[in-house]
Design a protein around this ligand. Structure first.
Ligand SMILES: O=C(O)CCC(=O)C(=O)O
Ligand SMILES: [Fe+2]
Length: 968
């Protein structure tokens, strides 16, 4: 077999932006040139030379995740002997290179995504300050010029920032998708052919090489597609002018029948060559779209640092002995002294003092102001004086066990008698003796008090000594923490600490998500998407495989974990089985019982004491309030949940009668009375209940049971749906309204389901425990919502038509709200004061449980009406969008949810919402009689964003779109 002439002999025409891109590009070009000069008959020498070259000049990459080949397959060795082991080596190399390229792409994608999700200010900052000095000068110039000429300079900057990012993201995503599909195809082929390669290498090796050849051509095709689409519309110059052309097997060999040894070697070399080309191509393409390097990103900081350092160095030089100054020597001397004296004052002396104090307290030591013996002497003397006095006075023997108190009473009686004739008694009586006894008693009391004072002082000496040692204590604590972090290598995913474990858990979640996506695409017949996700699954498995190896080896579980990871990569394996395996993996991540116990105790203490740690546990560690309540026996409310008094709903604000909530019987939707009651309630209170709507109570009960079922799942199972890393794209669990924005958290967890009727199989990834009930409830609620909206819109002289249907109920969402039992309900709230931002909400309250929903009675007063749960009833409330569309004919009602001490509560609202790009504004029909629009136009996605971007506060969101001068 002849070697194909090298397809791109000239150095690549693009101009790589930096030295990092140039080296691999030219090394590969040089290699191609050398390879084409060496005669093919010397292919063994060529192979060895090629390996030597690769080992010396290219980055050595190690593929950790095993290839899907039988374990007896001869692995690669430096001394390549058999054809199979050479094939193995080349396959390993392909895998390693593709995975490492995927990793580079993913890192850049993550970066762009995080920047793209940032605020406008963040985007503008990026454009000006994080793209290097040249961009800084250009962007600043542009910005100033635009600010002078027009007033939308900021908007312009944000737009160009968004297009800068999205351009890069699009290309990176396409590269990722092509590579992932290539990886998936290769993986599946190897999985299929493994046994054959072992049993019948002569036949299957050529056919495998032919397949690899074909996969490279497919890859070339998908890259050239990317070039064709992007060449015209990219803002990144020259990035699409470098076509990639892989070398091909001669046509006669493409069938992959029996080959000579020489042909086999040539084919293997060809794969090597193509791989080099792929790497060079990707290094340029990824290089053009990659995230800025650290140096570019932080160039402002580095520059300031460098300037600061230079100034400091010059200043230092001027004070150094080089310039004849002795300042530095003096400072070093002073610093040494200060450190020594700090050590002596705050570490050594306090510790010695504590030691001495402890010894002195527990042994007998220096004299205090008063000693016990002295007090005892006075007491004995008083006792004798009293006894003498009493015996003489009463002329009787006083019993031995008579107390001083009893004898003092005798003295007092005598006093009283003596005072009748004081002068006579002064000479003849006992007054003088009595007075002496009093003096002795006084002395005893003073001495006893002094003795106690002495003890207090001694105890405090230790306290003061301990206080003095506090700096030493904190210093040691800080050092211990640093040491622990270092020993546990807790910052990276392969470490052994808690943070590393969280990293690994997140990787498992990502794997689960991809497994479920794969299954869903297969069921929908979207084979291309499925292939792509499978490639990404292999990528995630490889990442987990790398990071879990060390800790699992240490705990002796490596063999099990490794086997589990291999199972997850098998293309034919059942999804349900794979999900059991991921659960097992999560369990492997746990510590042995002793450590778990320690961890639990630590969590408990943290949760009780520190605000940030409660948030960390509930929000970041995805346990939710339910997790907090389940893992701790709380007797007090943790501080992040204590609402300021003005946010609490106190009993003085609650109106006693609940008869004010209209209850409308809708058994006949066509009855004009029903329509008028609905419109009336929507205009006055904005909230009413409907009964006899036709849904059987048992169905509603089943729904509530399903919601409770979800929250009864183990926390690991629930947290797989946590917002931000949910295994489902259309269901996510979270806590509080905006847990990252709310200064005080709310006592509520909720999972949100999105109902996208146009999307097939939308509920496949929902929790199995409730997915059927959620789907049924959506379907049941839709016609009811439609009827109510029809009535409300007809009343505005309009109709539901194609143009407003998408705004009124283009999207439907449903929550399972869960309010756990709360140790101090009067200090917390379940859901804070808010109006729903959508059009219409249909809420199911769990009956038999204390209702906790309150609606604002009037727009201006701070009075609230209880919404009582009526079995089988649905609470309907108007949202902001309908208030805007009706130009204030209807009122979106503010509501509160309180929590209970002894029972948890579940509620299930269904929200009818506009689609994201609907423009919300008053309906033309309501403005017909020259009525002024009270609200400005707003795109629903922007309205949503402002709601979730700031802590929610009553009707602040609708106020923000109200036009000036239209206040009621
Ligand atoms: O739980 C409730 O009763 C109401 C919940 C609510 O207002 C909401 O989810 O928007
Ligand atoms: Fe609400």
């Amino acid at each position: 077999m002849d070697s194909q002439p090298p397809a791109n002999e000239s150095p690549p025409s693009t101009t790589p932006s930096n030295i990092g891109d140039v080296v691999p590009l030219y090394s590969s070009y040089l290699w191609n040139r050398v390879a084409s000069l060496i005669p093919t008959s010397n292919s063994i020498i060529l192979g060895k030379f090629s390996n030597l070259f690769r080992q010396t000049f290219t980055k050595s990459r190690r593929v950790s995740f095993p290839l899907p080949l039988p374990s007896e397959f001869p692995c690669s060795s430096p001394n390549i002997s058999s054809d199979t082991s050479r094939i193995y080596a080349v396959l390993e190399e392909i895998m390693a290179d593709v995975l490492s390229n995927l990793h580079d792409i993913q890192k850049s994608l993550d970066f762009w995504q995080s920047r793209a999700e940032g605020s406008n200010a963040r985007k503008a900052y990026f454009m000006i300050f994080e793209r290097g000095p040249v961009a800084f000068v250009n962007e600043s110039k542009n910005f100033v010029r635009k600010s002078l000429s027009e007033d939308s300079a900021m908007q312009h900057l944000c737009q160009s920032s968004s297009s800068h990012m999205s351009d890069r993201m699009r290309v990176l995503m396409e590269l990722r998708s092509s590579l992932a599909s290539f990886l998936a195809q290769l993986y599946v082929e190897l999985d299929k052919r493994g046994e054959d390669l072992l049993k019948n290498p002569e036949k299957s090796l050529p056919s495998l090489l032919a397949v690899i050849n074909r996969l490279f051509s497919n890859l070339e095709g998908s890259f050239s597609h990317l070039h064709a689409v992007r060449e015209s519309d990219s803002s990144i110059d020259g990035s699409y002018s470098m076509p990639l052309v892989f070398d091909r097997l001669p046509e006669i060999n493409e069938e992959g029948s029996q080959w000579t040894d020489c042909e086999l070697t040539d084919a293997i070399n060809l794969v090597h060559k193509n791989l080099e080309k792929l790497n060079s191509y990707l290094s340029v393409m990824v290089g053009k779209h990659r995230k800025p390097r650290r140096m570019t990103l932080y160039w402002v900081r580095y520059t300031c640092g460098a300037v600061g350092l230079s100034v400091f160095s010059i200043w230092l030089l001027r004070h150094s002995s080089l310039m004849g100054s002795s300042d530095i020597d003096n400072w070093i001397h002073d610093a040494k002294e200060a450190t020594m004296s700090f050590f002596s004052d705050h570490v050594e002396q306090p510790l010695l003092a504590i030691r001495d104090e402890l010894f002195d307290t527990f042994r007998k030591r220096h004299k205090g102001v008063m000693e016990t013996e002295e007090v005892q002497l006075t007491q004995d003397s008083l006792h004798r004086m009293l006894r003498n006095f009493c015996e003489q006075d009463t002329r009787e023997k006083i019993p031995d066990n008579a107390s001083d108190q009893e004898m003092l009473e005798v003295v007092m009686n005598r006093y009283e008698k003596e005072l009748v004739h004081p002068i006579h008694n002064l000479l003849n009586g006992e007054l003088a003796r009595g007075l002496l006894i009093q003096v002795q008693k006084l002395k005893l009391d003073i001495e006893t008090a002094m003795l106690e004072l002495d003890q207090i002082l001694r105890a405090n000496e230790i306290n003061f000594a301990i206080l003095a040692a506090l700096p030493a204590f904190f210093l040691s604590l800080g050092m211990l923490t640093l040491l622990r972090t270092w020993l546990k290598q807790d910052s990276r995913a392969q470490g052994r600490g808690r943070i590393a474990r969280i990293h690994r858990r997140l990787l498992v979640v990502e794997i689960e998500k991809r497994i479920m996506q794969y299954q869903s695409y297969i069921e929908q017949g979207r084979d291309k998407d499925a292939e792509n996700v499978f490639g990404l699954l292999i990528y995630s498995l490889e990442r987990l495989y790398r990071v879990v190896e060390n800790p699992a080896r240490t705990s002796g579980e490596w063999d099990l974990v490794k086997q589990d990871l291999i199972e997850l990569g098998k293309p034919q394996q059942q999804t349900s089985y794979k999900l059991t395996v991921t659960q097992r993996l999560v369990k492997h991540q746990r510590m042995p019982p002793f450590f778990s116990l320690l961890e639990m105790v630590k969590q408990t203490i943290l949760a009780m004491t520190s605000t940030t740690d409660v948030r960390e546990f509930v929000v970041n560690q995805r346990n939710g309030v339910k997790g907090l309540v389940d893992s701790l026996k709380l007797t007090t409310l943790p501080s992040p949940y204590i609402q300021p008094p003005q946010k609490r709903l106190t009993s003085d604000k609650i109106l006693s009668s609940s008869s004010q909530i209209p209850v409308i019987d809708v058994s006949n939707w066509n009855d004009p009375q029903v329509a008028s009651e609905i419109c009336d309630a929507a205009a006055k209170l904005g909230l009413f209940q409907i009964v006899n709507h036709g849904i059987a109570p048992v169905e509603l009960k089943a729904l509530v049971a399903a919601a409770r079922g979800f929250y009864q799942l183990p926390v690991e199972e629930r947290s797989r749906y946590w917002k931000g890393s949910s295994v489902s794209e259309t269901a996510w669990l979270t806590t509080s309204f905006s847990p990252y924005k709310d200064s005080v958290l709310e006592w509520r967890d909720y999972i949100k389901f999105e109902f996208l009727p146009q999307r097939h199989g939308f509920d496949d990834t929902w929790p199995p425990v409730c997915k059927a009930q959620v789907t049924d409830h959506f379907k049941r609620m839709k016609p009811i919502a439609n009827k109510i909206l029809n009535i409300l819109i007809n009343n505005l002289n309009s109709t539901i038509n194609e143009s407003n249907q998408q705004t009124l109920m283009g999207t439907m969402r449903m929550n399972f709200n869960y309010y756990p039992e709360c140790p101090e309900p009067s200090l917390a709230i379940g859901t804070g004061r808010h109006s729903d931002i959508n059009t219409l909400t249909l809420l199911l309250q769990e009956d038999g449980v204390l209702s906790s929903l309150y609606a604002r009675a009037t727009e201006d007063g701070d009075k609230w009406i209880h919404v009582p749960p009526i079995p089988g009833a649905i609470v309907v409330n108007i949202g902001d969008v309908l208030q805007i569309m009706s130009n204030d004919r209807y009122r979106s009602v503010e509501h509160y949810v309180l929590v209970n001490k002894s029972c948890s509560r579940v509620s299930v609202p269904v929200f009818c919402e506009p689609i994201r790009d609907s423009v919300i504004q008053p309906l033309p029909e309501v403005l017909e009689n020259n009525e002024m629009a009270r609200y400005r136009k707003v795109v629903y996605s922007d309205y949503l964003k402002t709601f979730f971007e700031r802590p929610h506060d009553g009707k602040a969101n609708i106020e923000s779109v109200k036009l000036q001068g239209c206040g009621l």
